[in-house]
Design a protein around this ligand. Structure first.
Ligand code: GSH
Length: 221
């Protein structure tokens, strides 16, 4: 992205207030992490996922009836990773893409995190920590863990090539969004341990003050 375009976007974003809908124990936490990294003040409207489909404020902003939703001026956005890309581009400085190529890479890693990593990582979370033990299915968990070897191998390779970060040799929204999907693997530490480079990168991402701040909002869970 050229300096002119980035400057114009920053100018457009200045002065417009941001509101984030969704409790910290939902995918809104991803946006809380991003907003903390960018140092952007915002109003928080804590809508629980169980109320999202019937909350008229959400219905007016997200036809899917889900959180998170972020508004900035007239703009209403749903999809946690897309929200983070927006925050990074408009307010994130070096956290966002510096060139058109980096913009494409950030989108690529975000779509990859949503499609290649999140669905199976979510299964691992549900079948280790979220569901009551009697509803957890070892076969579902093991199947998901097996499939996750391929995308985790892809992160390892990208980190080796990229100097420890997914793009631009620095921590960016690409790392943040991907790490949000890896967060679902907290019930399977043995899986991450099988990918030392990913474990080390994830440790660096989650040692950041922005992540710690988000975790405190979740009650450290
Ligand atoms: N792909 C969406 C998923 C959003 C989503 O599933 N949100 C959950 C909370 S984490 C929700 O609002 N669930 C309520 C429902 O489905 O009724 C995103 O990443 O933002």
């Amino acid at each position: 992205m050229g300096d002119d375009l980035a400057g114009l976007q920053a100018q457009m974003g200045r002065g417009m207030s941001i509101t984030l809908y969704g409790i910290a124990k939902s995918r809104a936490s991803r946006c809380m992490w991003m907003l903390a990294e960018a140092g952007v003040p915002y109003t928080h409207v804590p809508v629980s996922p169980k109320d999202a489909a019937t909350d008229p404020r959400i219905a007016a902003l997200n036809p899917n009836g889900r959180v998170p939703v972020l508004t900035e001026g007239e703009l209403a956005l749903f999809e946690s990773f897309a929200i983070n890309l927006h925050i990074a581009k408009r307010h994130g400085g070096a956290l966002g893409p510096r060139t058109a190529e980096e913009d494409s890479l950030a989108v690529m890693w975000s779509l990859w995190a949503a499609t290649e990593l999140e669905p199976d990582a979510h299964q691992v979370l549900w079948h280790t920590l979220t569901l009551p033990p009697e509803q957890q299915e070892a076969a579902v968990r093991e199947g998901a863990i097996k499939r996750l070897h391929r995308p985790l191998g892809a992160v390892s390779a990208a980190l080796a090539k990229g100097g420890g970060w997914l793009m631009g040799g620095r921590f960016t929204v690409a790392d943040l969004n991907a790490a949000c999907a890896v967060f679902y693997l907290r019930g399977a530490p043995e899986l991450l341990a099988a990918f030392p480079a990913v474990q080390e990168w994830y440790g660096r991402c989650t040692a950041r003050e922005g992540f710690r701040q988000m975790l405190r909002l979740r009650g450290n869970a």
